[in-house]
Design a protein around this ligand. Structure first.
Ligand SMILES: *Cc1c(COP(=O)(O)O)cnc(C)c1O
Length: 455
C-alpha cells in the first residue's frame, strides 16, 4: 500500500473521525480496525472482502443472521407505510399498539404493560425511574436503593452503569450512591474451597438477607438480575439461586426485575431466561434480540402489580413525565413483530436443536489443560482460560490470553469476544451444523496456537 493509499484506507478513515467505545486502543493501533460492509447468514464481510463467522451474533442480538429476508421485508414495508412517529401525547403508531399486545401475550406473566426505549440501558434507566416514581407517590420517598450483583451488566447510561458492577466504571466516579452490588453467583470463581455449590447458594441468600437488614427493606426500590449474566462472562446462576433469593425478596416486598436483554427471545432455550430458571419476575427488561438486532429498541415489560401501581400513581398526577423521541418507533415495532414471529415459529426450535451440539463442543474444549471452565446454557457459552487448571490460577494480568485467542480467531475468519480471561460464544440461532463445526474447529486451532506460544 502506498502512503497515500494507507492514509485513505478504511482503517485510517475509521480511526481519524470515529471515537471508539469498548475498544482496546493499543490493539487497534497494532492490528487495525475491521470495517464491515455487509453480511450473509451468520457471516460478516469487511471492506477487503474477508468473511468472518460471527460467533457472537453481533452483540448477542443478530439472532437471525445478517440478511434475513422476512426482517428486511418488514422494515421496507413499514418504511413505505409510515417511516417514523413517537408515542407521546396519547398518540402512537398502529405497529406500536400491535407490538405491545404481542409482548403482553408472550410475557412471562399475564396483564403486562409495555413502555418503549431505544436501548437496553435506557430500559433499565426507565425501570429505575418508574420505581423511584412509585416510591415517591406511594409515600415512601426513602425507597430508592437498587440491588444488583457483581459482574452484572445492565448498560452504560449513568443509572444503568451504576447498576453494572464492573470496576471500569470507577473512571466515571460511578456507581452513584445507593447502588449496591452483591456477590456474583459464580460458584467456580466465587465459591470457597470447602464449600459445596448448595452451600455457596445459601451463603448468597444469607448475604441478601444481611444487606436488606443492614440497609432497611423499606429503603430498597428493587433487585435487578440477568437470569444468566452475559457481559459478565456468561455466568449461569449457581444451583438453586433464584429459588433461594425469590422468597427473601418477596418477604421484604422488594420487586425483582429480570434483565432479559440477552436472555429474552430464546437464547437459553426458552422464550425467557426466567422460564429456564423457573421464576416469575415483577418486570422484564428487553432489547437486543427483540428486533433481532435490525433496529435499536428496548422495552420495559411491567408485570400486573407494577403496571397497576404505576397506572394509579400516574393518574394521581395526570402524566408519567418520561419518554424518548423515538420510543415505540413504528419501523422498530414492525421489525420486532416479525422477529417475534420468527422466534415463535422457527428460531426457538432451532436453539433447542442446536443446543446439544453447541454444549458438546464447549465440553470438548473444556478438556483442554488450559481451559478452566466451560459454562453456559442454550446457545450462550464461555470458556475460561487458566494457567493452572487445578488451582484455577489465571494467566498473569498483562498477558491478555483471551484477547490473543480472539485476535487469532479473527485472523482465521472467526469473530468471538474476549471477556476477562474468557472467550464468549453466542452465535445466531440460524447456524447450520457445518457452521457450528467451523466455529469450533477454528476456535480449537486458535486455542492450540495461542497456548503453544505461551507454554
Ligand atoms: C447489552 C445489555 C444491556 C444494555 O443494552 P444497550 O442496548 O447496549 O444499552 C443491558 N442489560 C444487559 C443484560 C445487556 O446485555
Amino acid at each position: 500500500m502506498s502512503p497515500t493509499d494507507r492514509l485513505n484506507s478504511w482503517d485510517a478513515r475509521a480511526k481519524s473521525a470515529s471515537f471508539f467505545g469498548f475498544t482496546d486502543l493499543p490493539s487497534i493501533e497494532a492490528r487495525g480496525t475491521v470495517v464491515l460492509t455487509g453480511g450473509e447468514g451468520p457471516y460478516v464481510i469487511d471492506t477487503e472482502g474477508r468473511r468472518y463467522l460471527d460467533a457472537n451474533a453481533g452483540l448477542w442480538n443478530m439472532i437471525a443472521g445478517f440478511d434475513h429476508p422476512a426482517l428486511r421485508q418488514a422494515a421496507q414495508d413499514q418504511y413505505a407505510r409510515f417511516p417514523g412517529y413517537h408515542a407521546f401525547f396519547g398518540r402512537m403508531s398502529d405497529q406500536t399498539v400491535m407490538l405491545s399486545e404481542k409482548l403482553a401475550e408472550v410475557a412471562p406473566f399475564d396483564g403486562a404493560k409495555v413502555f418503549y426505549t431505544n436501548s437496553g440501558s435506557e430500559a433499565n434507566d426507565t425501570m429505575v425511574k418508574m420505581l423511584w416514581f412509585l416510591a415517591g407517590s406511594e409515600g415512601q420517598p426513602q425507597r430508592r436503593k437498587i440491588l444488583t450483583r457483581g459482574n452484572a451488566y445492565h448498560g452504560v447510561t449513568a443509572v444503568s452503569a451504576s447498576m453494572t458492577a464492573k470496576p471500569y466504571n470507577a473512571v466515571f466516579g460511578l456507581p452513584l450512591p445507593g447502588f449496591i452490588h452483591l456477590t456474583c453467583p459464580h460458584y467456580w470463581r466465587e465459591g470457597r474451597a470447602d464449600e459445596t455449590e448448595t452451600q455457596f447458594t445459601a451463603r448468597l441468600a444469607a448475604e441478601l438477607e444481611e444487606v436488606i437488614a443492614r440497609e432497611g427493606a423499606d429503603t430498597i426500590a428493587g433487585f435487578f438480575a440477568e437470569p444468566v449474566q452475559g457481559a459478565g462472562g456468561v455466568i449461569p446462576p449457581s444451583a438453586g439461586y433464584f429459588d433461594a433469593i425469590l422468597p427473601i425478596l418477596r418477604r421484604h416486598g422488594i420487586p425483582i426485575i429480570a434483565d432479559e436483554v440477552i436472555t429474552g427471545f430464546g437464547r437459553t432455550g426458552a422464550l425467557w431466561g426466567c422460564q429456564t430458571y423457573d421464576f416469575v419476575p415483577d418486570a422484564v427488561i428487553s432489547s437486543k434480540a427483540l428486533t433481532a438486532g435490525y433496529f435499536p429498541m428496548g422495552a420495559v415489560i411491567l408485570g400486573p402489580d407494577l403496571a397497576d401501581r404505576l397506572q394509579r400513581a400516574t393518574n394521581a398526577i395526570e402524566e408519567f413525565p418520561h419518554g424518548f423521541t423515538a420510543s415505540g418507533h413504528p419501523v422498530g415495532c414492525a421489525i420486532a413483530l416479525a422477529a417475534i414471529d420468527l422466534v415463535q415459529t422457527d428460531l426457538l426450535d432451532r436453539v433447542r436443536t442446536l443446543t446439544p451440539s453447541f454444549q458438546a463442543g464447549m465440553a470438548r474444549l473444556a478438556q483442554h489443560p488450559h481451559i478452566g471452565e466451560a459454562r453456559g446454557v442454550g446457545l450462550m457459552g464461555a470458556l475460561e482460560a487458566v494457567k493452572d487448571k487445578a488451582t484455577k490460577t489465571p494467566w498473569d494480568g498483562h498477558l491478555s490470553v483471551s484477547e490473543r485467542i480472539a485476535n487469532t480467531c479473527t485472523d482465521h475468519g472467526l469473530i468471538c469476544r474476549p471477556l476477562g480471561q474468557a472467550i464468549v460464544l453466542c452465535p445466531a440461532f440460524t447456524l447450520t451444523d457445518d457452521q457450528m463445526s467451523e466455529m469450533f474447529t477454528k476456535l480449537e486451532a486458535a486455542l492450540e496456537e495461542v497456548f503453544a506460544g505461551l507454554t
